[in-house]
Ligand binder design. Structure first.
Ligand SMILES: [Zn+2]
Length: 403
């Protein structure tokens, strides 16, 4: 299957085999009787379609599930052995590579060094090698890899996966990772902005998912992912949420390609703070180093973190007033800095309209250490397990059966 064959945003008929698989996978209905009730179709029809999913190896039926009226119904679940996906989150200094089963559960996540400054071709090779290694060391069958999703700290034109004018890593402009990965694999490979992946992870994790949220990635750079009415909002060219080039008060310490003097990224990002502290004689290289230094309570460092937080909070206040989200999620390495986060909250709530601020929850990502990888796994599973794709697999299976 090539990129062009991906079934994005596929339409599906209620009660179709693809729809039934979607309902089982999301946990909406997980027994034959619950599915029949939910869809409003004859149980015999539902059962035939479930049998197709079981024959495909996508669904298994096991255990007992308490059902209404005291009858016991066997519960349906996604067969985790049917395949797995690769999920990667590329940062400025390291890459997280993970493997998830078809239910979206992360089986393993590892940090691997990948020199992204060597350019996209070298990075693609290193990422693929890292994934292959992880597959082998976890004794997985590599023919069951169904797809790969990669998060990048840059604007991404989706669905082509093309990188558009990254503010750092200039050699990545126009990079086509899906194209580069075709050298190694024929499975679908999708690329997405890293903050968008945090937004997806937050929206889909846990019981209290929010349909109106902003996910702010505070790493070496600053990114923002938007979920509006339960859907990721990418904008016309993939640049939705690029708040990092908003002009702010303060002095830039790093250069930015955007051309805006004193943009948020060049003044208040992890990379900008590293540059400022280095200039002052501190030994820091990464956003994580800055967080650690801030924990020590050095007054000058805390001042710099507070001032960056105030700049970020000010920009967030404008977009929060405009967008009226329920949740603002803070992720990325810098979100572990207490002085930075306190200043962001203070500035944001001070400038928020009461109508917008009253029900606003500003909080840390639920799984800050691996939110990007979780979002990547979710994204590629939505692609490779899209209802239309499942319909096609069932048709292929039926065609292959002797009449
Ligand atoms: Zn900029």
């Amino acid at each position: 299957m090539t990129r062009a064959d991906l079934f994005r945003e596929a339409e599906f008929a209620p009660g179709s085999v693809g729809d039934i698989f979607r309902l089982i996978r999301s946990g909406t209905a997980t027994s034959r009787s619950a599915l029949a009730r939910h869809i409003g179709m004859a149980p015999s029809t539902i059962s035939l379609r479930i049998d197709s999913l079981i024959r495909l190896g996508l669904v298994s039926e096991a255990g007992d599930e308490r059902s209404r009226g005291g009858r016991r119904a066997r519960s349906l679940e996604v067969s985790t052995g049917a395949g797995f996906v690769g999920a990667m989150d590329v940062g400025a200094h390291h890459v997280q590579v993970g493997i998830a089963d078809l239910a979206g559960k992360l089986l393993v996540v590892e940090d691997v060094p990948v020199a992204i400054e060597d350019g996209p071709a070298a990075a693609a090779e290193a990422l693929w090698a890292a994934l292959r290694r992880l597959i082998a060391t976890n004794a997985l069958d590599d023919t069951r890899l169904l797809g790969v999703a990669i998060g990048l700290p840059a604007p991404i034109e989706y669905p082509s996966g093309r990188v558009v004018l990254p503010s750092f890593m200039p050699s990545w402009h126009n990079a086509d990772l899906p194209g580069l990965f075709r050298e190694f694999t024929s499975v679908p490979v999708v690329v997405e902005n890293d903050a968008n992946l945090i937004a997806l992870a937050e929206q889909t994790m846990g019981d209290h998912s929010s349909d109106q949220l902003l996910a702010i990635k505070l790493g070496t750079r600053i990114g923002c992912g938007i979920v509006s009415d339960g859907r990721l909002h990418r904008g016309a060219g993939g640049a939705a949420g690029e708040i990092s080039h908003t002009s702010v008060q303060g002095t830039s310490t790093i250069s930015c390609v955007c051309g805006t003097p004193n943009c948020l990224e060049s003044v208040a990002s992890g990379g900008a703070i590293v540059a400022r502290l280095s200039h002052l004689g501190y030994t820091v290289q990464t956003a994580a180093d800055v967080v650690e230094l801030g924990r020590g309570g050095d007054a000058q460092v805390v001042d710099i973190l507070r001032s960056a937080g105030t700049s970020i909070g000010g920009v967030l206040a404008s977009i929060v007033n405009f967008f009226n989200p329920r949740d603002v999620i803070l992720g990325g390495a810098m979100s572990a800095s207490a002085p930075l986060v306190a200043a962001i909250r203070a500035e944001l709530f001070q400038r928020c309209l009461p109508l917008v601020g009253n029900d606003l929850d500003v909080r840390a990502a639920r799984s800050p250490g691996d939110a990007g990888v979780r979002g990547a796994a979710h994204l590629i599973l939505e692609e490779v397990l899209a209802p239309a794709r499942i319909e096609q697999l069932v048709r292929e299976l039926d065609d292959a059966m002797p009449a």
